[in-house]
Design a protein around this ligand. Structure first.
Ligand SMILES: [Fe+2]
Ligand SMILES: [Fe+2]
Length: 190
């Protein structure tokens, strides 16, 4: 499917606010893809689609998961805000013809994960540093992300955890594993 067609569906599916966020993520993903030598078109497509399942009603989401063999882990079960990653990755493959590699970036965009590929990191960072975000020191997060992708992911993941703690929401262990891996890699480079 072409980008324009996909964007139209995203616009029809999401609220104006979330659609604007998605456009911001697509734009930021292209910037990062340019810096880190990844496919800009792919980055744009993943960016616009990444939150496609964000506003799916709870009942519908549970039914979709059941019908498509999607299993939520222990934390996801208790935190419905995390569901849209797995659902979105599945929808992207089935509805928009995304490859496994592109869908993986959607799968990891909320919590992050160990062994993320560059495109996964680009989408993770784009989601957290698009121009409409206001819970993060955007200028600092963007500067770090533009300079060093792993430093960017580490900074953003730490902010994400602080934010979850403040909101009293559950912390997914994948974010902790990601932070540990990045810290270890950094130590090994010294
Ligand atoms: Fe999301
Ligand atoms: Fe998002």
């Amino acid at each position: 499917m072409k980008y324009e067609e996909i964007e139209k569906i995203v616009k029809e599916t999401l609220s104006e606010k979330r659609y604007n966020h998605s456009v911001g993520v697509a734009k930021r993903a292209v910037e990062l893809a340019k810096i880190y030598g990844e496919d800009e078109e792919k980055a744009k497509m993943i960016g616009i689609v990444h939150d496609i399942a964000k506003q799916m009603p709870k009942e519908e989401a549970l039914l979709y998961a059941k019908e498509n063999g999607i299993v939520f882990d222990e934390i996801e079960e208790k935190e419905p805000s995390l569901w849209h990653s797995k659902l979105g990755a599945d929808i992207a493959k089935k509805k928009f013809g995304f490859t496994e590699e592109m869908a993986q970036a959607i799968l990891y965009h909320t919590t992050g994960n160990v062994n993320m590929k560059i495109m996964d990191k680009i989408i993770y960072l784009a989601d957290k540093t698009e121009e409409g975000r206001n819970y993060i020191d955007l200028e600092l997060a963007r500067n770090i992300s533009n300079r060093d992708i792993d430093e960017g992911v580490l900074y953003v993941a730490k902010v994400a955890i602080e934010y979850s703690l403040k909101k009293n929401s559950l912390i997914h262990p994948d974010t902790i594993y990601l932070i540990n891996q990045l810290i270890e890699e950094k130590e090994n480079k010294k």
